[in-house]
Design a protein around this ligand. Structure first.
Ligand SMILES: O=C(O)CCC(=O)C(=O)O
Ligand SMILES: [Fe+2]
Length: 356
């Protein structure tokens, strides 16, 4: 096991290096699928991430309302990821969230280091970069800022960025509105399983327990973008994830055996179904494999908010209502913490095999 302190990717990027350190170079079998992200984003042929317009989700016209809901359900089953438009969160607020995150990352690295996390001692909130503590020693081309935003009584404002001064206010307001959007989506997904509206939300902890965690991903310019990944292929463990970005492409989804590049859709929020909802729905809703490409020209920033059940309080397993003799449970009962452990274990097994 290799454990080293990772340098900030931003410092590496601004040092003027022409070739990236070997820890950032992806394994040979992965390199063939990494292309130029701007070229990839332009491609119009083949499947595209669906865009779901929520404008009519509560329309008085039953047919219009049901059509709108059915589209969301279909996208959640087929893709597990979508661009949400007319989601009810104002462009002005989203703009302020992005400006606040950008202003923080505009600070010199030494300033940001004052917020550094300390993964070795379990202090996971704060400014960080991936540590090479996996078998392969593989690193990702990104720095990030991670902190809990909801419920309010669980957050620790003392570790949130103090610069810019607006950070706490706009991020809190955004989280408050996202929390309501998450409730709405979970109720629609419950209806889509033929269950009562509150079923999924209750199952992931309800208002008291569901956690919202903000991760601002900062992907600096990369001198060899065809050799690296900003974030390696993974599925989110959350119930739902909501993502904003600075309109620089990077996100790719593994759909029907191919990597599809998400286009930058103005005023949208990208939403992922995470493993938690996939498990509860017994695989009816998909948690899709995704990754992030980097590029040479533009810094990419994304704001991911993970809506997660509490780590130990709830046993996640397919809801009894969706398990039948014909469709037996696909997932064994596990707490959220056990699910994380299981994924880490599976990953280290894969890496051990690759590094042989
Ligand atoms: O940057 C992105 O668009 C995706 C980031 C991501 O997948 C994650 O943080 O889990
Ligand atoms: Fe993700």
């Amino acid at each position: 096991m290799v454990t080293t302190v990772a340098p900030r990717v931003e410092s590496l990027s601004s040092s003027g290096i022409q070739s990236i350190p070997k820890e950032y170079i992806r394994p040979q079998e992965e390199l063939t699928s990494i292309g130029n992200v701007f070229e990839e984003e332009k491609k119009d042929e083949g499947p595209q991430v669906p865009t779901i317009d929520l404008k009519e989700v509560d329309s008085e016209d039953q047919l219009v309302r049901e059509n709108c809901r059915a589209e969301l359900i279909r996208a959640a089953k087929e893709w597990g990821v979508m661009h949400l438009v007319n989601h009810g969160i104002s462009d002005g607020l989203i703009d302020r969230v992005k400006k606040a995150g950008e202003a923080f990352f505009d600070l010199p690295v030494e300033e940001k280091e004052r917020y550094a996390n300390d993964q070795a001692s379990g202090k996971i909130q704060g400014y960080g970069s991936k540590l090479a503590n996996n078998v392969s020693g593989q690193l990702e081309w990104e720095d990030y800022f991670f902190h809990l935003v909801f419920p309010e009584e669980k957050r620790d404002l003392s570790i949130w960025p103090k610069t810019p001064a607006s950070y706490i206010e706009v991020t809190s307001e955004y989280a408050r509105q996202l929390r309501a959007l998450a409730t709405k989506i979970l109720s629609l997904l419950s209806l889509g399983l033929g269950l009562e509206e509150g079923r999924l939300e209750k199952e992931v902890g309800g208002l008291e327990e569901l956690l919202l965690q903000m991760k601002i991903n900062y992907y600096p310019r990369c001198p060899q973008p065809e050799l690296a990944l900003g974030v390696e292929a993974h599925t989110d463990i959350s119930a739902l994830t909501f993502i904003l970005h600075n309109m620089v492409p990077g996100l790719q989804l593994f759909y029907q055996g191919k990597w599809v590049t998400a286009k930058c859709v103005p005023n949208s929020i990208i939403m992922h179904i995470g493993d938690t909802v996939e498990i509860l729905s017994n695989g009816k809703y998909k948690s899709i494999l995704h990754r992030g490409l980097v590029n040479k020209e533009k810094v990419r920033i994304s704001w991911a908010v993970f809506c997660e059940p509490p780590k130990d309080k709830i046993i996640l397993k397919p809801l009894p209502e969706v398990v039948t003799e014909a469709e037996p449970a696909l997932f064994p009962p596990r707490t959220f913490a056990q699910h994380i452990e299981y994924k880490l274990f599976r990953k280290s097994q894969e890496e051990a095999t690759i590094s042989k």
